[in-house]
Design a protein around this ligand. Structure first.
Ligand code: HH2
Length: 269
């Protein structure tokens, strides 16, 4: 999943693609590099980010979708917590809703997803983007995220969303200290028991920076290591800024992982 943020303030690509033509060109470039999904966002969720109004978010994402949809065959995901943005994006051709609030922020979101038949990413977050990094606390982060997934899957099913349309994401960096992020990545395969594809968003995140001691624009090798291990531990979708680099990392990790042992059968045939 290649990331395109149409925002002035995203933590890595903020301000680079905030004109529709630039965002469209970048999305096409990521697809050319091998992205199977494009995730378009009109609101930064970085710690302390300022909320964006519904109209501003729509003004950012809809022109990009309109320009992109007729020219691409890969699914397009919209990174939003707002049901109206989701509904208009789905009407314009998006087919995945990436909701970092896991259908909790907007009471109409579950219904919009259910009615459309779209897929949805349910991401774990403790707190809200404004407050989440202030003092995240867990007794057992893996157990708490697992319980959260069980509750949110139940809520999604109750709203009429098909189980096969649910993708789960532990939410790296969303209300987590370094130790929480590391515990979640070490234990990622434990979430496979829920039988939903796992998505991870690790790309250039702060916890990688705090280990490698590098600024956001020099975290690609740290990201590569984290992505390889996530794929080895069951991640099915990796959300990244650098598709050209990460595509080979993903291919090698998937070929080597015991969890993806069907690889040889597919390729030897
Ligand atoms: N991370 C970010 C944004 N959206 N969605 C999911 N499902 N999982 C993630 O880990 C995730 C996400 C943060 O990254 P980015 O979009 O690059 O930054 P910003 O939120 O500042 O726009």
């Amino acid at each position: 999943m290649g990331v395109v943020n149409i925002t002035p303030d995203s933590f890595y690509d903020g301000g680079r693609y905030d004109l529709p033509e630039r965002a469209i060109a970048h999305a096409l470039e990521l697809i050319e590099q091998g992205a199977d999904i494009i995730d378009i966002g009109g609101e930064s969720t970085r710690p302390g980010a300022v909320a964006v109004s519904e109209n501003d978010e729509l003004d950012r994402v809809i022109p990009v979708l309109e320009g992109l949809v007729p020219h691409v065959s890969v699914p397009i995901s919209i990174d939003t917590t707002k049901s109206r943005v989701a509904r208009l994006a789905l009407d314009t051709g998006a087919s995945i809703i990436n909701d970092v609030s896991a259908l909790r922020q907007d009471p109409n979101m579950a219904d919009v997803v259910a009615r459309s038949g779209a897929a949805v990413v349910l991401m774990h977050m403790q707190g809200t983007p404004r407050t989440m990094q202030q003092s995240p606390r867990y007794a057992d982060v893996g157990a708490e995220v697992l319980q959260f997934f069980e509750e949110r899957v139940e809520a999604a099913l109750l709203a009429g969303i098909a189980r096969t349309n649910i993708i789960l994401d532990p939410g790296f960096g969303f209300g987590k200290l370094l130790s929480h992020n590391l515990d979640l990545l070490r234990g990622l395969s434990s979430f496979m028991m829920l039988n939903c594809p796992l998505l991870v968003g690790l790309s250039r995140k702060g916890f990688i920076g705090s280990i490698v001691g590098k600024a956001v624009d020099r975290r690609e090798w740290g990201t590569a290591a984290a992505v390889a291990l996530a794929v080895d531990r069951g991640a099915k979708i990796v959300r990244v800024h650098d598709v050209a680099m990460m595509i080979d990392v993903v291919k090698m990790a998937a070929a080597l992982s015991p969890l993806w042992a069907t690889y040889e059968q597919e390729h030897d045939a």
